[in-house]
Design a protein around this ligand. Structure first.
Ligand SMILES: Cc1cc2nc3c(=O)[nH]c(=O)nc-3n(C[C@H](O)[C@H](O)[C@H](O)COP(=O)(O)O)c2cc1C
Length: 375
């Protein structure tokens, strides 16, 4: 009854003030104050992502997307301990390093977590074996369509396989070839990206793919947005940027501060200057490094045109420009010349938060948005 009396003033707050976004949040909080609607909303959220929580074995269907150099034992265990699902980024680690990282993570959490392997890693088979020997339950194969042998090794070893699907036709093919779950990552995301936004990928894929859990990623910073994708048929969400600069993250303070200062418009994809020399787009904060990359591409193209470099040599020169650049930014703190990978959701990272706080906030926003509807 009390909540019913609030309707006119909540509507006034939502529609009559200029700063609607803040007011919707206030209205949501008002709804969340009603314990009965809050409890019902919690149940509804649990229903909506039950496929995801069942698949992951976590309390919430929120994955901490693997981030090279960032997603190590501390971040991953903190995400899993807070009810999410942490994922170790293997990146360029060799099998013995990965084994040590998994063991260290297992020492910090008894909750499930996964490992993300890049398919073009030269030791992919050994890395899969390391995961299976350590009884890792979920393996993510990223960076291109996984080779058949890798898919079989994961499945035969008893782990669940998660793959990235950049389009509906590939999503269906991945499921046919054995993927147990998919991540659809929009171009809003931080790191290596495809060309299509999550808004469009979700419409293309979610209504047509109900056989396996599908997790959405890219540009997600609030629980209301996650909720909207759950209602379209997603089983959960994967976030990277919101976790990268948390208290538990080992990233350098300079890297974290760059996140707190940045707006969505500062997180741009790398630009390719010549169609003969492809550049895989990477979304990150623009800095001196990104400006130097433009000059480097022009100079390399000129060296190719003058006959100094073959086409292959020029391509390699361009690809090598960013070698080690993410480590330079994340670990060494060189945010001017390193690669500060970040998604457009970086604008929603405004200060240091602990991981349990971030996860609780996302869940509360989703629950409040549901509770508001029952008023
Ligand atoms: C700093 C950084 C490093 C990343 N490294 C990887 C990686 O090594 N492998 C991978 O599959 N995805 C990587 N990603 C993508 C994340 O796993 C995740 O899918 C993405 O961050 C989700 O979008 P969001 O940043 O908008 O939350 C990275 C993202 C960031 C921000």
């Amino acid at each position: 009854m009390r909540s019913l009396q609030c309707v006119p003033c909540i509507l006034r707050m939502v529609w009559m003030r200029p700063d609607r976004m803040t007011d919707i949040t206030q209205a949501s909080n008002a709804a969340a104050l009603d314990p009965r609607s809050l409890a019902a909303a919690n149940v509804r959220l649990e229903e909506l992502w039950s496929c995801g929580t069942e698949f992951l074995g976590s309390r919430y269907a929120i994955l901490g997307g693997a981030m090279s150099w960032v997603s190590e034992r501390h971040l991953v265990s903190a995400i899993s301990n807070a009810g999410g699902f942490g994922v170790i980024a293997c990146g360029s680690m060799m099998p013995d390093q990965l084994a040590a990282e998994i063991a260290a993570t297992q020492a910090l959490t008894d909750q499930p977590f996964g490992v993300n392997l890049i398919t073009m890693h030269p030791a992919l088979d050994d890395l899969i074996r390391v995961c299976l020997e350590a009884k890792v339950g979920h393996i993510v194969l990223a960076g291109g369509l996984p080779p058949g042998g890798a898919v079989r090794a994961v499945k035969d070893g008893g782990a669940k396989l998660i793959c990235f699907a950049p389009a509906l036709v590939l999503a269906k093919r991945l499921v046919r070839s054995g993927a147990d779950a998919l991540v659809i990552e929009g171009a809003e995301a931080g790191g290596h990206i495809g060309p299509v936004s999550l808004t469009v990928l979700a419409q293309e894929i979610l209504p047509h793919l109900r056989d396996v859990p599908v997790f959405v990623a890219g540009g997600l910073g609030r629980g209301e947005a996650i909720l909207s994708y759950l209602e379209m048929g997603a089983s959960g969400a994967q976030l990277g940027t919101r976790f990268a600069a948390t208290r538990e993250s080992i990233a350098h303070d300079n890297f974290k501060r760059a996140f707190y200062r940045a707006n969505a418009r500062d997180a741009l994809p790398s630009v390719q200057l010549d169609e003969r020399f492809p550049v895989i787009p990477v979304r990150g904060l623009i800095n001196e490094g990104t400006r130097q990359f433009m000059r480097h591409q022009l100079e390399t193209r000129d060296r190719f045109l003058s006959g100094e470099l073959t086409r292959d040599q020029a391509q390699l020169e361009i690809e090598h420009f960013w070698a080690g650049a993410l480590r330079r930014a994340v670990i060494d703190g060189d945010v001017e010349h390193g690669s500060v990978m970040a998604g457009q959701s970086v604008g929603m990272v405004t200060g240091e938060q602990a991981i349990p706080e971030v996860i609780a906030e996302l869940v509360e926003q989703a629950v409040s948005a549901i509770a508001l509807r029952s008023l």
